[in-house]
Design a protein around this ligand. Structure first.
Ligand code: ADP
Ligand code: MG
Length: 217
């Protein structure tokens, strides 16, 4: 599903180029889950951005279902992202003026994949059925992140890229949200690459890798 080879990324700084990724290799099979760990500033978000096609690498390849997205132009990347990828961030990024129901359906509608049965199933599984008429500000952090996850899965992605999705939640809530997410991901058969600081949470995923000095170990 995902194969990253020899990925290099530097950022220009006044002191010269900052080497963030220095030959990263990573493989994820369809339906597999992987935790990406590493110190703050080790390049986890940068790697996720590159895989999501939100930024380009200096060199190396990123294959998603055997398509080399490092050769794609912006339009091709954005189409692939819409078709295959789901992104979840630490900030829930819900739309404040929309109800829970509309937030949940948002991504699926954008991708022309809105399916009321699937939406209802997600809302039910995520414990959101009773909250559909509420607005994001009327929800707890854990509820908001469950909406964000439902919104992502609503579009039936093949691979979910999550950047510290539970980083704003207390430990108990973080475990609850992760468990629900893993359960749903297993049901949909999609893959998950999740950045987390918590080795406790990372243990629940099939694989754990760490970014250190620009490489995956
Ligand atoms: P992590 O997510 O592991 O905390 P990041 O990928 O956000 O780390 O950042 C890795 C390094 O790259 C950091 O030193 C950060 O300051 C630097 N960096 C990230 N984005 C940029 C950018 N757009 N311009 C310059 N430096 C950046
Ligand atoms: Mg980060």
């Amino acid at each position: 599903m995902l194969s990253v080879r020899n990925l290099r990324k530097t950022f220009p700084t006044p002191q010269g180029p900052l080497i963030v990724l220095d030959g990263v290799n990573l493989d994820l099979q369809r339906g597999d889950s992987m935790a990406l760990m590493g110190e703050s500033g080790s390049g986890k978000s940068t790697l996720l951005h590159l895989i999501a096609g939100l930024d380009s690498a200096d060199s190396g390849t990123i294959l998603i279902d055997d398509q080399d997205i490092s050769r794609f132009n912006d339009g091709e990347r954005s189409r692939l992202r819409k078709k295959k990828l789901g992104l979840v961030f630490q900030q829930f990024n819900l739309i404040p003026s929309m109800t829970v129901a509309d937030n949940l359906a948002f991504q699926a509608r954008l991708s022309n994949r809105h399916d009321p049965d699937w939406s209802a199933f997600l809302a039910e599984s995520l414990g959101l059925s009773g909250l559909l008429d509420r607005y994001p500000e009327q929800l707890s952090g854990g509820q908001q992140q469950r909406v964000a996850i439902g919104r992502t899965l609503g579009a039936r992605p093949d691979l979910v890229l999550a950047d510290e999705p539970t980083g704003n939640l207390d430990e108990t809530t973080a475990h609850e949200v992760l468990e629900l997410t893993l359960h749903l991901i297993a049901k949909t058969g999609c893959g998950l690459l999740m950045v987390t600081h918590s080795s406790n949470l990372a243990r629940n995923l099939n694989h754990q890798v760490t970014l250190h000095r620009g490489r995956v170990t």
